[in-house]
Design a protein around this ligand. Structure first.
Ligand code: ATP
Ligand code: MG
Length: 414
């Protein structure tokens, strides 16, 4: 072949150039292929780089999370005084006061005002953040219900009491001019007393609904705090909040927790509870009875209340919530069975007859239990049979010879 090429120059040249052209085409194709592949590889590389960035970010996040888990808990303190732009005095929740600095990158200096609640680093006690004000209801266990979902129609058998509470709580809020005209001061506080489960809390909520006032509910035991002065501070803040959100109804449920008769047993816990009570009395004395804040207290232990609380000008109207009589019980049965599918044989008057001494809460429990029995037996509607079972179950479980009669209760106030 090579000899042939050398002897015939032209054909040699033609063949060679064809060969070269072929070769070039081949190379170009290969080049294209390679370029394709390169592009793909570059794409992949970009993808992996992205992934890397993402994973690095994830690592960073997890690291910082770990760090957070490792940081020691912070102390809670209150700013007492700001000395200068670098130092301030804080009182730690354990009592003593300290001069401390604060972390500029986390804390806005303008938020550091006396009385602000702050978080302190455990070692240096430097302020690391400013906490939301204790007046924020979630912080100190108050419950603010803008408009509760209980209506007078959901309360059975307390028509007289409803009338009375409307007179002394609702009227001063809705028609204050009537009191002004006559020149009489409406009672400042109303105390609801009665055995457990008779509808005291229910009644207070219903009033709030009707007046469209802000309803602030606090349970007495939440005002009993461990540290000196904390309970009194909470009472102060409670009243400040009630004024801020006026018109409002401040409802102190289970008020006996802070208002037990003062007995000096000398324990510091006892003294702290008393300090809280004194603050409560001072706050009640301090506000304008014609203003648009009403106080309602409720307790099922009126026998242990401090008489100072019942003095005129404080809780000077007492509303007794009795155990429901037969008619009231039928009414309460009607309310609680309203949404239930009942068989024809169900006779509410008969049920009321069968449930002597039952409270509203008992009746609610009976209705629920009867419903449960019906579901368990896979029946379509609740019948008398289920109710009778439920009555046996609830009334035996809960009962209960300790209940004093209302006569005994009211006798205690004389
Ligand atoms: N008169 C009533 N009418 C309708 N339901 C009632 C009545 N009394 C009580 N109940 C039912 O019982 C439940 C408990 O009542 P409530 O919380 O008002 O009792 P209480 O008097 O505040 O008791 P305690 O002294 O234990 O706080 C209510 O949610 C309601 O379902
Ligand atoms: Mg209650």
């Amino acid at each position: 072949m090579s000899g042939n090429m050398r002897s015939e120059g032209i054909s040699y040249g033609e063949g060679y150039s064809r060969f070269l052209q072929d070769k070039m085409r081949q190379l170009e194709e290969t080049n294209l292929l390679l370029r394709d592949r390169l592009e793909k590889i570059e794409q992949e590389s970009r993808y992996y780089q992205e992934m890397q960035v993402r994973y690095e970010r994830e690592i960073k996040r997890l690291r910082s999370e770990l760090e957070k888990l490792r940081t020691p808990p912070m102390l809670v303190g209150t700013v007492v005084n700001v000395i200068d732009s670098k130092r301030l005095v804080v009182r730690s929740s354990t009592g003593p006061q300290y001069v401390v600095t604060y972390a500029r990158q986390y804390v806005e200096p303008s938020e550091l005002v006396p009385g602000a609640r702050v978080a302190l680093n455990q070692e240096s006690l430097a302020v690391v953040s400013v906490l939301p004000s204790a007046r924020d209801p979630s912080v100190c266990g108050m419950e603010v219900i803008e408009s509760p979902d209980v209506d007078y129609s959901m309360i059975g058998g307390l028509a007289e009491q409803i009338e009375e509470i409307r007179e002394v709580v609702e009227l001063p809020l809705t028609a204050p001019e009537r009191f002004e005209r006559v020149g009489v001061e409406p009672p400042r506080g109303v105390l609801l007393i009665g055995p457990p489960g008779t509808g005291k809390t229910l009644l207070a909520k219903a009033v709030a609904k009707r007046t469209s006032a802000t309803f602030i509910r606090v349970v007495g035991s939440e005002l009993v705090q461990k540290y000196i002065g904390e309970g009194a501070r909470m009472v102060r803040e409670l009243f400040a909040m009630a004024k801020e959100k006026a018109p409002s109804i401040l409802f102190i449920d289970e008020i006996d927790a802070i208002a037990t008769r003062r007995m000096d047993d000398g324990s510091s816990g006892e003294r702290e509870v008393q300090r809280t009570l004194m603050q409560l009395l001072a706050e009640i004395d301090g506000f304008d009875p014609r203003g648009n804040v009403r106080i309602i207290g409720a307790t099922n232990r009126p026998d242990i209340l401090d008489p100072a609380l019942l003095r005129p000008g404080r809780f000077d109207r007492i509303i007794e919530i009795p155990i429901p009589d037969k008619e009231a019980r039928a009414e309460i049965f009607r309310i609680h069975t309203a949404r239930l599918k009942l068989k024809r044989d169900v006779d509410l008057a008969k049920l009321a007859e069968l449930t002597e001494n039952a409270t509203g809460a008992d009746i609610k429990a009976i209705v629920t239990e009867a419903g449960m029995l019906t579901v368990k037996a896979n029946k379509r509607a609740v019948g008398m049979e289920e109710f009778e079972h439920a009555i046996k179950k609830v009334m035996v479980n809960g009962h209960r010879g300790y209940m004093m009669s209302l006569k005994d209760m009211s006798a205690m106030f004389r």
